[in-house]
Ligand binder design. Sequence first.
Ligand SMILES: Cc1ncc(COP(=O)(O)O)c(C=O)c1O
Length: 386
Amino acid sequence: MSLPFIDLQAQRLRIETEISDAVLRVVAGGRYVLGPEVGELEKQLAAWCGAKHSVSCANGTDALALPLMAWGVGPGDAVFCPSFTFVATAQVVPWMGASPVFVDIHADTYNMDPASLEAAIARVKAEGKLTPKVVIAVDLFGQPADYPAIRAICDREGLKLIADTAQGFGCTLNGQHPSDWADIATTSFFPAKPLGCYGDGGAIVTNDDWLAERVESLRVYGKVTPTDAAERNFHHDPKYLSLRVGMNSRLDTIQAAILLEKLKIFADEIDQRQRVATRYNAGLGEHVRRVPTVIDGGKSVWAQYVIEHDNRDGLQAHLSAQGIPTAVYYPVPIHMQDFAAPYAPPAGTLPVTEDASRHVIALPMHPYLGEADQDRIIDAIRGFNG
Ligand SMILES: Cc1ncc(COP(=O)(O)O)c(C=O)c1O
């Protein structure tokens, strides 16, 4: 029998009535775009992170692009980011006309290595072609990046810090959220994310008043903000006075209503994901090249449970033959993708990234993975002699 990789239906059945009622309320209410549920969700997302502001948008990619637009990042600017992440993290940079500069990761956490970040900044400064502007740290597979170290580097170098927490929304480090260190944290509500909706969605969280207002303006074509309006005599709908080039990036009200219901069970789901990860670690620790390590003081939301194996592709075929789905995040590091050719780092700069891409394999992970199914997965891996 085939197992699901992520069991979204089990979650849906848990809160089926609540979700159906919430969706129907929006349908009956008729405020389909930026309706009251959107504002309520933004309030609750900010509260979840103990932050001042949250602004929702259409997806996690726009959430990354919006602060870059707000800061005016453009041609000649360097944005430092990992190469071992989903392509969106890096693609937003050339979208702005700026250049991604790829940074290596820690072998044990897969998150940005602060020493590699320092080396990349020094290299860019020595070359003198680009101006260092922004760092994008990623909470890969659900665990927080090394924010204290990365923030210290950003402060010393005068750089802005974005926490791309698309996979890690809800994670903490020493009890603090990524938005406590970063100028802005961004997330995605893609259905497979730990906090996902039933389509596309995204949001930012920030303590920066100016930035929150700018992002809100930019997501609606650069509309006039309350601060702008106070300086002008404009009393019509703010979207009809456009002060800067923005975009259309809104969260559907139906998706906000669904997320409000999902937020109610999110803390419990994170605990359940931790239960699954702890059992995997205990069952597999001796039998594979590497099981995940979480940074000291870190709490992961386990978007993925990723192990390493010397014969990764053989293991994947072995599990697939037994109806056990797996996935490889990420088989091709971003600096080796065609679109990134103009930004390729010097050869040998990202050895940990390249090694990880050859060995990682993600196992089924979701809050509803029962012990019998998990034991079947663990036994199948232990029985592989490849
Ligand atoms: C690390 C990371 N950043 C950004 C994104 C982009 O999010 P979205 O697919 O909602 O645009 C994703 C998700 O797919 C992601 O995993």
